[in-house]
Design a protein around this ligand. Structure first.
Ligand code: MN
Length: 228
C-alpha cells in the first residue's frame, strides 16, 4: 500500500529516522486520515496503519496508539481542504533555517513549491516553555495557522511539516525540502545567492508537479518497495 511505501521512502531518503511521520487523507472520507501507529517509519507494515478522525482519535478496531504529534495532521487537514497528505520530520539540514534569521527559499526548480516565503512556527509564542511537541489540538491549530496557504512550515528547534495534494507529492516535497536546505547552506558559503523569482517558482512548481511519479517509482524501488 502506498502509505507503507511512503514511510519506507522517507526513511530511505533520510527525511525521517526513528522519528517523523506521514499521513494521507481518505479520499472517500475527508474527515479521516491514515497514519501509522507510533513507531519508526522504516518498520511500518500494513497492519500498523491506523485510521484517525480529525480529533486525532483512532476509529478502527486497533487499540494501538498513534503518534503524540498526530494533531499536526488532524488540524492541517481541517484547515486545508486542498491538502491530501502530510509529512512531518526533523530532517537535519532544515533545522538551522528554523532557528536563524536566514530564510529558506527555493534555490532550484525542484523545490519551487517553497514559493516566496516559508513560515516559521515558534511554539514559544503559543505556550511559552514546552517540550517542543505538537501534543494537543490547540497547538495543531496554531501550527496550521502559521502554515497558512504555504506548502511547508518550519518549526523552531524541532523540525518541519510539508503538505501535498497527493501522498506522492507530499513525499516528493519532503525530500526536496531537505535537499534545498543542504544546497542553500552550501551556496551561502560561496557567496550571495540568486533564488528563483516568484514567477519562476510558480512556473517551475507547475512543471515539476507533473514529474512526481517518476521520483516515486525510483525511490520506491530503492527503498525495496517496488512490488505491489
Ligand atoms: Mn516532531
Amino acid at each position: 500500500m502506498d502509505l507503507v511505501r511512503a514511510n519506507h521512502i522517507l526513511a530511505d531518503k533520510g527525511v525521517v529516522d526513528a522519528f517523523g511521520h506521514v499521513s494521507v487523507r481518505l479520499p472517500e472520507r475527508s474527515d479521516r486520515f491514515l497514519i501509522a501507529r507510533s513507531m519508526a517509519p522504516a518498520l511500518v507494515r500494513g497492519p500498523d496503519i491506523l485510521e484517525l478522525d480529525l480529533s486525532g482519535t483512532s476509529v478502527g478496531r486497533s487499540v494501538a496508539k498513534s503518534y503524540v504529534e498526530r494533531f499536526i495532521h488532524a488540524e492541517i487537514y481541517r484547515a486545508r481542504p486542498d491538502v491530501g497528505a502530510i509529512v512531518h520530520s526533523h530532517s537535519p539540514a532544515v533545522i538551522p533555517f528554523g532557528v536563524t534569521s536566514t530564510a529558506l527559499r527555493p534555490i532550484f526548480h525542484m523545490s519551487a513549491f517553497l514559493g516566496e516565503r516559508t513560515p516559521i512556527f515558534d511554539i514559544h509564542d503559543a505556550v511559552g516553555d514546552s517540550d517542543m511537541l505538537i501534543r494537543n489540538a490547540p497547538l495543531g491549530v496554531a501550527l496550521a495557522d502559521c502554515l497558512g496557504t504555504s506548502n511547508a512550515v518550519l518549526q523552531r528547534g524541532h523540525g518541519s511539516t510539508v503538505v501535498g495534494t497527493t501522498l506522492q507529492e507530499a513525499v516528493f516535497r519532503a525530500v526536496y525540502l531537505e535537499i534545498n536546505a543542504r544546497l542553500q547552506t552550501d551556496a551561502a558559503r560561496l557567496g550571495p545567492i540568486t533564488f528563483l523569482s516568484a514567477g519562476e517558482a510558480e512556473l517551475a512548481d507547475a512543471a515539476v508537479r507533473q514529474q512526481v511519479d517518476r521520483a516515486w517509482d525510483l525511490w520506491a524501488q530503492a527503498a525495496g518497495d517496488h512490488h505491489g
